[in-house]
Design a protein around this ligand. Structure first.
Ligand code: COA
Ligand code: ZN
Length: 398
């Protein structure tokens, strides 16, 4: 009735008794559970081939979700969680990390916004986005609702939103907003998720969205109250350093800053290295400080590749247990309000890394590489974050 695909619901009892379902369809596969060995588990069909659906996640390992359950739902503190981890009740992060990370494409927002000169045709944007979604990308920040004077390239955000929501109702699609007006517009068009941007650096916050920290916090509250059904990810820009204030070597700066936002309901924060100044040691330090201070907070990362460390920083973040990693196709980009910022970590580089680490993203590397090439041939811009040679056939082999 709701116009979405559905399958019949079977009770466990029925499944267990029906040899056709239980045996032939492999509902009780034997797996190699770390720390236990071979064991039988129940399985559900997670990936539907040839459909535009997005439950692309393997069934969890035993204990894999326990940190979220004990931490977020039952409110256990970091000490209790650490003890449970030692006892093996919570699966160790390294094993969990390889299965639970979202790959989040941000090129259509962070990449396209930086392209100078003529407007990229809306149909071309949509074609690039479609190719990525069809390559298996399940999470995408695809535009923003900001002043068209500040970001002329994304002035067609309403049109892009309407087209995508009609074609890909199941995908996790969201847009960046800087204020209540942007959030309301996104909501009215049918989006149920946005990322709200604030910079850790007060001077960058002023340059980017012309607001003080206090005004930004007040605007977040307004959005929360005005659109209670909207999921809001907090994008913390300049989380590692700023073009005007330098590098934040002390994790305490970000930890203290986030306290107010967590009190007013933020549950997911994306740490954005807007100018590509982070290094792996800083990444580990900041993530472990944030996890200790806010065990229930979900963390994502977004690294620009200004100094060639985008993939390394992402790798450090993966090992520290982030739940999502962002990148832009072709490494296109650069913040218009941060002098010297270069492109994001390139999606194809990151997909290659995730594939090699055994992280299941559901994204087809060869198709992403082909899409990067397609985009590069049609959209002029700075592809500074790109490493894999799109034209070399050996690079397309994965
Ligand atoms: N969407 C569309 N237009 C918006 C808007 C929104 N969410 N918010 C404000 N505007 C318009 C206003 O109507 C006004 O238009 P006008 O000049 O034609 O009257 C203009 O933008 C300025 O509005 P104002 O409320 O005075 O804001 P400001 O000048 O202080 O600018 C922002 C604040 C946030 C709107 C602006 O700085 C901005 O859009 N920044 C986005 C930066 C960005 O996207 N950076 C990259 C991503 S991190
Ligand atoms: Zn960025």
């Amino acid at each position: 009735d709701a116009g979405c695909p559905a399958s019949p619901v079977n009770t466990l009892d029925r499944v267990a008794k029906d040899p056709q379902i239980a045996e032939a369809r492999g509902m009780f596969p034997e797996i190699d559970q770390p720390g236990i060995g071979q064991m039988k588990v129940t399985a559900s069909a997670q990936k539907l081939t040839n459909t535009k659906s997005y439950p692309r996640k393997a069934a969890p390992l035993l204990g894999e979700n326990n940190e979220a359950i004990f931490g977020r739902m039952l409110g256990f503190d970091s000490e209790k969680l650490a003890r449970l981890k030692e006892q093996g009740v919570i699966l160790r992060e390294a094993a969990a990390m390889e299965r639970n990370v979202k790959f989040i494409e941000v090129g259509p927002r962070d990449g396209f916004q930086s392209v100078k000169g003529d407007m990229i045709p809306t149909q071309l944007k949509l074609e690039v986005i479609r190719r990525m979604l069809d390559a298996g990308v399940g999470h995408m920040e695809f535009t923003s609702f900001v002043s068209p004077k500040a970001i002329p390239q994304l002035a067609d955000s309403a049109e892009v939103t309407q087209a995508l929501l009609a074609e890909y109702p199941g995908a996790d699609l969201f847009a960046l907003v800087p204020n209540l007006r942007g959030a309301r517009r996104a909501y009215e068009l049918g989006l149920r998720k946005v990322c709200y941007v604030v910079s850790l650096s007060a001077s960058h916050n002023k340059a980017n969205i012309n607001r003080t920290h206090q005004q930004s916090l007040a605007a977040y509250r307004e959005i929360r109250e005005s659109c209670p059904e909207l999921e809001i990810v907090l994008d913390l820009a300049t989380a590692f350093g700023c073009p005007f204030e330098g590098k934040y070597r002390e994790p305490g700066v970000a930890v203290d800053f986030l306290r107010d936002y967590i009190e007013v309901g933020v549950t997911t924060c994306c740490l954005c290295d807007t100018i590509g100044i982070a290094d792996p040691a800083q990444v580990r330090g900041l993530l472990s400080a944030l996890k200790a201070a806010y065990p229930a907070l979900s963390l994502e990362v977004h690294f620009h590749d200004t100094r060639g460390l985008g993939v390394l920083n992402t790798c450090a973040a993966l090992e520290a247990g982030v739940s999502g990693v962002q990148a832009a196709l072709g490494g296109l980009g650069g913040c218009p309000f941060a002098p010297g910022a270069s492109g994001n970590t390139a999606s194809e580089d990151l997909i290659y890394l995730l594939d090699q680490l055994g992280v299941e993203t559901g994204v087809d590397f060869a198709k992403m590489l082909a899409t990067a090439k397609y985009q590069r041939e049609r959209v002029p811009g700075s592809y500074s974050g790109h490493h894999i040679n799109i034209n070399a056939p050996q690079c397309a082999l994965g």
